[in-house]
Ligand binder design. Structure first.
Ligand code: PEP
Length: 256
């Protein structure tokens, strides 16, 4: 039995108005009750961050995250958001290198690495996404892709920064498709990721890093996925838009 606290995050992507966000938080708090043994992170679009923080009120066990950020501290970068601006809104986590950003916005491992370093400098905790496409899986390249993305995204981090980084294994073919990896497939990838982290640092650091699974996680498959030895939580897209289903997934993390 490992000692890692589970971490479950709701990635709302480009959804939820300010009004919908406030309603979601109200419903979620009612559904969830007082839960402290799981780290819960709500990741709204930038426009709803302040409202979510305000609506969470004294629910300090639930943290707020952002879906992206720029690596520079400030300046002439029209349309971008810096780590300092996120900290100003009491944001604690930031999702970096999501496959949608890699595929649709050309983010490379080098860019992700710059963002990860900037996040740590600002004491934001990064959730770094990696994962293979279906073509890469069918071509037997899963380990090569995961190793390259992991090493490339985490260049030059010290042990403390590594421990405060969460990895999200998100097979691209499972995101938003309703087709999730089987618990065995996910565990195999997570074990490989942890082994790679051991090689990049050492046993004690690798044992502390949390690795979330993401890809069509739902209330009915969450428990089995999160009961695997190297699966330390979930990054949830579609099923997080409904407060009740996300609350069920958080409860599944606690009960496994
Ligand atoms: C995601 O966007 O990170 C994700 C895993 O989405 P979904 O749960 O909808 O597959």
């Amino acid at each position: 039995m490992n000692m890692r606290k589970k971490i479950v995050a709701a990635n709302w992507k480009m959804n939820m108005t300010v009004g919908e966000s406030a309603e979601w938080v109200r419903d979620f708090l009612l559904e969830l009750g007082d839960i402290r043994d799981v780290d819960v992170v709500v990741v709204p679009p930038f426009t709803a961050i302040a409202k979510v923080t305000e609506s969470l009120g004294s629910a300090q066990n639930i943290k707020v995250g952002a879906q992206n950020m720029h690596w520079e501290r400030s300046g002439a970068f029209t349309g971008e958001i810096s780590a300092a601006l996120l900290r100003d809104l009491f944001v604690r986590y930031v999702v970096l290198g999501h496959s949608e950003r890699r595929q649709l916005f050309g983010e490379t491992d080098e860019i992700v690495n710059k963002k990860v370093k900037a996040a740590h400098e600002a004491t934001l905790k990064p959730i770094v996404c990696i994962g293979e496409t279906l073509e890469q899986r069918d071509g037997g390249k899963v380990e090569k892709v995961l190793s390259t993305q992991l090493r490339g995204s985490l260049v030059d981090l010290d042990a403390k920064q590594l421990q405060e980084t969460t990895i999200a294994y998100e097979p691209v073919w499972a995101i938003g498709t309703g087709r999730n990896a089987t618990p065995a497939q996910a565990q195999e990838a997570h074990a490989f990721i942890r082994q790679t982290l051991r090689e990049m640092s050492d046993e004690s650091v690798a044992e502390k890093i949390r690795i979330q699974y993401g890809g069509s996680v739902k209330p009915n498959n969450a428990r089995e996925l999160m009961s695997q030895p190297d699966i330390d939580g979930a990054l949830v897209g579609g099923a997080s838009l409904e407060a009740r289903s996300f609350a069920e997934i958080v409860k599944a993390a606690r009960e496994e």
